[in-house]
Design a protein around this ligand. Structure first.
Ligand code: AMP
Length: 620
């Protein structure tokens, strides 16, 4: 029974709207929701057909509506041209993106425009992967509506962490086409972590690995969860490695062992039977040790767990290589991980479980159903967005831009206003003077271009930067704004790992009226702000140029002629004078002149120094 609310303005009863979580997978898809009484996520099992809906769409010849799911899967061998599977691999891709993999599919992918998005030909109609994915989503939506006996119009849909913008957008569009408002696209590993209850408490800090081995794809992601923010530190994987390959290893083994090649040739039903038997053996060997079944009248096919392990070991090893790479990319060791989560039906294979646990040096967590875990997490995310877990995660927006002061008193926005919180953003900076060992970081809030018009929140020094030439230190400044609006600013010099952090409460002391006033000001002053910014930017360019030219002349006077030195001094003076005018065009003109003048001999000196360096000497 769904929760019922009373609409206070009309006095009428209204049912709380259900937002479902959808795992739109390459091989299988599922839809889940939060049970209103138990408050637990549940995968929907409509009419007892099971929770898993194979991501297969069959277009019956002459028929109007396509068939989706287990029933459609049966046509994969008998009517492959009209049976579309693995459409997720095509989402948001051009024909060129697909490359040689386009030929591996049993159906026809259109290649007349290699730049455009792929289309699939079924009979005399063309479908985009978005339309086909929408068919799967429509089926999931229908099952949810039928099982829950209520309209379903909103959803959270998951995508792999490595999906790019175009693939995410395509997923969103598919949702819209299926009549769903897609409230959020969530990364699959994030959903898996949520399902395991990780990241649900705001002050939790955890680092986890999510290992996902499905029917046709494999990926591993390393996530850092900090103050309700899920950050993907790295991902790795193979989009053409999964349970199907384990089945194929068994098929190849039996075919070779019993010389089945001639028997199987041109016998599609027999090939199909062998494939089903191989998958049955694989599943059986996840629990028991010896598999045996009749294939043809006088042939029994057998496989032991030990034999199976040897057949699949190279495939499992490939996944471990990816894990090693993902961990290295995240600059972590197994000891840094708080948990290893397993996703995807193929993680039920004992060798997979053992290998993953051994590599990460801890027992992997497989307590939730690996087929359902992503959909369950998506349902939790949906519940958060529905506002049912305010105690858990406050998804709010920050009313004013947060940024730091850069050269010339300019505001460099890091987190723009209206960003959903919690959020995290950062940028890299460097020093402007040779040998600079401190960097002042001033944090501001507001919409104006000049920091002096905004509100200063904090200031701190990043000290102990090793002395280096200007521009060499790499300082990462990160803003982490948690769900309570508390801002943590961290600065790290990457070459030396010098770090410093402060915590600030930006909203403190600002009333709604003040926030409104700051926004109004930014609009009324927009034009003069832009002009002031341009002058400051020109001044900054000029000051950098002066600094560099003077240093250059000082260091390389031996390689310059008398005339070059005097001419440069005059041009430098003119540039300095132009600064006094405070006019953008005058300053930039003087910058250009000085640059024109010095370029030829700067190049000459560069050549000399390269030659000398190659001769093993160093000039200054
Ligand atoms: P998914 O794409 O996550 O739905 O994964 C489906 C894959 O998991 C298929 O290749 C299945 O054969 C495989 N699978 C499901 N159950 C088992 C099991 N008990 N043992 C081994 N593999 C399984």
């Amino acid at each position: 029974m769904a929760k019922v609310a009373i609409n206070l303005s009309t006095g009428s009863l209204q049912q709380e709207e259900i937002i479902v979580g959808i795992d739109l997978g390459t091989t299988n898809s599922l839809v889940a929701y939060i049970h209103p009484e138990t408050r637990q996520p549940v995968a929907i099992n409509d009419l007892g057909r099971g929770t898993i809906v194979p991501s297969v769409v069959y277009f019956p010849q002459g028929g109007e509506t396509p068939i989706v799911g287990t029933e459609a899967k049966e046509y994969l061998l008998t009517d492959p041209q009209n049976t579309i599977y693995s459409v997720k691999r095509l989402l948001g891709k051009s024909y060129r993106d697909l490359g040689e993999h386009a030929q591996d599919l049993g159906y026809k992918v259109i290649d007349d425009n290699s730049e455009g998005m792929v289309k699939i030909r079924v009979g005399d109609r063309f479908y985009s992967p978005i339309e086909l994915s929408a068919e799967i989503l429509k089926e999931l939506r229908a099952r949810a509506e039928h099982a829950l006996k209520t309209p379903v119009n909103k959803a959270v849909i998951t995508v792999p962490a490595y999906f790019n913008d175009s693939q995410r957008q395509a997923t969103r569009d598919a949702g819209r086409l299926a009549g769903l408002e897609v409230l959020r696209i969530v990364n699959e590993p994030t959903a898996a972590a949520l399902a395991y209850g990780i990241g649900l408490s705001p002050d939790e800090e955890k680092t986890v690995a999510v290992y996902d081995l499905g029917g046709g794809t494999f990926d591993v992601s390393i996530l850092r969860i900090q103050q309700g923010i899920f950050e993907v530190l790295s991902t790795n994987g193979d989009t053409y490695l999964g349970g199907d390959d384990l089945d194929r290893a068994i098929i190849n083994h039996w075919t070779a062992q019993h010389n089945l090649n001639s028997l199987l040739a041109n016998n599609v039903p027999l090939q199909q039977e062998l494939r089903l038997l191989a998958e049955a053996a694989k599943r059986y060997l996840s629990k028991d040790d010896d598999f045996g079944a009749n294939f043809t009248e006088n042939l029994v096919l057998r496989l032991t767990r030990t034999e199976f392990n040897e057949l699949i070991r190279p495939l499992v090893e490939r996944t471990i290589t990816s894990c090693r790479q993902a961990l290295a990319d995240a600059k972590l060791t197994p000891q840094d991980l708080d948990a290893v989560l397993l996703v995807g039906g193929s993680t039920r294979v004992p060798l997979v479980y053992d290998s993953v646990s051994e590599f990460f040096q801890q027992p992997a967590n497989n307590t939730l159903n690996p087929d359902e875990v992503v959909a369950l997490g998506a349902a939790i995310q949906a519940d958060i967005l529905a506002g049912n877990r305010r105690d858990v995660l406050l998804l709010d927006v920050t009313p004013l831009t947060l940024g730091i002061e850069t050269l010339g008193g300019l505001m460099d926005p890091i987190i723009p206003r209206n960003s959903k919180i919690p959020t995290k953003a950062g940028r890299q900076y460097t020093t402007s003077v040779d040998g600079q060992v401190n960097l002042k970081i001033s944090v501001y809030q507001g919409e104006r271009d000049l920091v002096k018009e905004n509100r200063k929140l904090a200031e701190f020094d990043l000290r102990g930067i090793p002395a280096m030439p200007a521009g060499l230190p790499k300082v990462d400044v990160n803003f982490i704004l948690n769900a309570d609006g508390i801002l943590k600013v961290e600065a790290v010099e990457l070459r030396s790992n010098t770090r410093q952090a402060v915590e600030i409460k930006p909203q403190y002391g600002l009333t709604d009226e003040q926030v409104e006033q700051m926004l109004m000001d930014s609009l009324t002053h927009a034009r003069e702000d832009v002009a002031a910014r341009m002058v400051i930017e020109a001044r900054t360019v000029a000051e950098q140029m002066l600094y560099q030219v003077e240093r250059f002349v000082e260091k390389n006077s031996l390689h310059l002629t008398e005339d070059e030195i005097t001419e440069t001094a005059a041009a430098t003076e003119r540039l300095r004078e132009s600064l006094a005018t405070n006019t953008k065009d005058t300053i930039l003109k003087a910058v250009d002149e000085l640059e024109e003048l010095t370029r030829p001999f700067a190049e000459r000196v560069m050549n000399i120094s390269i030659k000398q360096a190659m001769a093993g000497k160093k000039i200054e």
